[in-house]
Design a protein around this ligand. Structure first.
Ligand SMILES: [Fe+2]
Length: 260
């Protein structure tokens, strides 16, 4: 049935990726030409607002990645162009999807080095926070880190491990590893705390609060992270700082041993 539909629909055929089974229905094309001047202006405002703080307090790998994948301050990113720069570096792509994915589809994409990327952009009345990820959170917040080889290996390994899990409690514990690294991770560089988690990169308020000492910063410890509950709607009371990105790659290997 899928073959018949693909044969009749060139767009569906183009989006068909043989590596993806459960995630396939969520793939879309980014209609980049349809973004309005107002939307490009909102993107520009969001980026311009974040960059001064990030130049000082984001980890170097994020700042390098921002330029390596060709992000611009004045225009929304074209995901095909981003992936064309990203893929030769680490094999990762920024792949457009229709919205939130169920866990099995999300993990399948990570395991194949495809980052599920939303294409809608927040409006002017929610510049600081959106309950669901938008293209600003996904591309500005996440994708620059995928240009770093060790981070890229970590994220793929994380996806591979989670794709094998069926146990709800194990998935919840692994969800905490994602939350305290990919979303809200900190790293020590040159004697300072730097941010690399997308929730901090893309949120001015939360990042400012954390940098001002508004939350407890603990040394990264796998057991502590796997046991640390979090509330997605609240400011974070405790975050974890790593010494290097090898540490979170090793953490996925360690987690895999324990789950196995
Ligand atoms: Fe995110």
């Amino acid at each position: 049935m899928g073959i018949a539909i693909s044969a009749l629909n060139p767009a569906a055929a183009k989006l068909n990726n043989p590596k993806l089974q459960v995630a396939a229905p969520y793939l879309i094309e980014q209609a980049w030409a349809d973004y309005t001047p107002e939307q490009h202006a909102i993107w520009a405002e969001l980026v311009t607002r974040r960059m001064p703080q990030l130049r000082q307090h984001a980890c170097q790998e994020y700042l390098d990645g921002f330029h390596q994948i060709g992000l611009r301050e004045d225009k929304l990113p074209n995901l095909t162009e981003v992936s064309a720069l990203l893929q030769p570096r680490t094999g990762w792509q920024s792949t457009p999807v229709s919205g939130f994915l169920p866990p099995d589809a999300f993990f399948e994409m990570l395991a194949n080095r495809m980052f599920p990327t939303t294409t809608w952009l927040r409006s002017r009345d929610s510049m600081e926070y959106t309950p669901e990820p938008d293209i600003f959170h996904d591309v500005f917040g996440h994708v620059p880190m995928h240009a770093h080889p060790v981070f890229g290996d970590f994220l793929q390994n994380y996806g591979k491990i989670c794709a094998q899990l069926n146990d709800h409690e194990q998935l919840e514990r692994m969800g905490r590893l994602f939350w305290f690294t990919v979303e809200f991770g900190l790293i020590r560089q040159n004697g300072e705390i730097k941010v690399y988690g997308s929730g901090l990169i893309s949120s001015h308020g939360e990042c400012t609060r954390v940098l001002a000492g508004g939350c407890e910063v603990k040394d990264f410890d796998l057991d502590a992270v796997l046991n640390q509950k979090f509330d997605t709607g609240e400011m974070q009371p405790v975050l974890y700082a790593v010494e290097s990105f090898s540490q979170i790659y090793e953490a996925t290997r360690e987690a895999e041993h324990r789950l196995g």
